[in-house]
Design a protein around this ligand. Sequence first.
Ligand code: C2O
Ligand code: CU
Length: 492
Amino acid sequence: MRVRAVLALLGTGILLAVIGWFWAGSFAPDDLSAADMGDVDGGGGTVRAERDRSGSTGMTGGGDHHDHHGGNGRDAGGHNAGGVVSVDRLVARSGPADRHFVLRAQQAGPHRYLINGRTPGPVLRVRQGDLVEVKLINESVPNGVTLHWHGVDVPNAADGVAGVTQDAVKIGQEYVYRFVADRAGTFWYHSHQLSHEQVLGGLLGALVVEPRRSTAESDAVALIHLYQGKRTVNGSAARLKINIRDGQRLRVINTDNGPVTLQVAGAGYRVLATDGSDVVGPTEVRDREVTVTAGGRVDLGLDAIPATVEISGVGWVDVNGGAPTTAGTQPELDLLRYGRHVPVDLQTATPDRTFRYDLGRRPGFVRGKPGLWWTINGKMWPKVPMFMVSEGDVVRMTITNHSGDVHPMHLHGHRVLILSRNGEPSTGSPWWLDSINVRDGDTYVIAFRADNPGIWMDHCHNLPHAAQGLIAHLMYQGVTTPYRLNDTNEPE
Ligand code: C2O
Ligand code: CU
């Protein structure tokens, strides 16, 4: 009898100790450098000692790496004698900018944010190759703001992540972003301070990089956003009416937390670009819907005849008067097999680093709160991976999802090439993305070149998921940050 009681007590004690241990491990320090965050993952390459203070990772043989210099005209000579460079030094080339913008962030009420008095903010239009300078002024957002250039491979100092590449800009302060718009395409900008709150509340806008040789305004933007339960296109719940000429683009930007689908009635269409990268050999599509990932963009080429683009659950865009019919249900266009296959200059068969990004979910604690939380490679925030690379590395990553939900995975500062989905290789146009719609049960193998040094977020763009810990970072060896994640810098 007594033995049993003692054993039961002992069992309970052990159980409580184990729970307490998990609970205690679910907090991050109140003030943390992003460079020290998470568990180091060398992906089969070397990890230099300055990040490996804890000694928690094995050193394995590395390859020999050559420097590929990024296309962003970065200032050379950022490294100091110790071979360590601060994110502050990773900037665009100096000299006068080609385009200047001033964006004033304002808070108009609870969960309501404006840029220059409106939301979405102004459409910024620049030319490919322009050195762009944007001055962000915080007029009235008490929690501070930043701007992130979603999909543009900006130099790290312009990435706009509070606590990683800058401090959140407080009321009365400003921050200047400088980057070369090196790829023509459809992009967007949004705050990366308390982004699950500020992006939802409207601190965002479209960025269009027009091709170097193009004739005036040859396209239309349709930016999708949910404002306090109201679905809108370009900030309006009414049908959007546009007139475009043959071959022109409709640039659809999904700024919401979940995917949307586009259906075209009355005309065939082509998918001209995904996430700001042109599709090679886009053929005409009929009676198929196309998915736009959360955070992602799709450029549609429409025939000049009247057509209607229906955005699932959101609204309609009437093109040249609009079609009288609606499309009904349609199978999905598979971009894995769309367009013409051409070789890409990326040695994906012999990567320098190989990572896995495995998405799951299980009960546990995050910040001391019990719940069913997301896991990355089996662990919960703050034990998220820190993927380490060296400049010039070819990186291959396998993203798997068995979490029961879809996750739009977004890597900052790089575009990624889809190699395969669920074992099926990409046989269409090279499919470049920055936001990948990873559905439950999916496995994507992706590759990219590490050609833009810095510390880059790699997270779910369902922003509440990110706030619940679905984030990791890609970090280049020898890069450090003076910024801190704390109660004034909360990027998620
Ligand atoms: Cu659209 Cu981390 O961002
Ligand atoms: Cu998610």
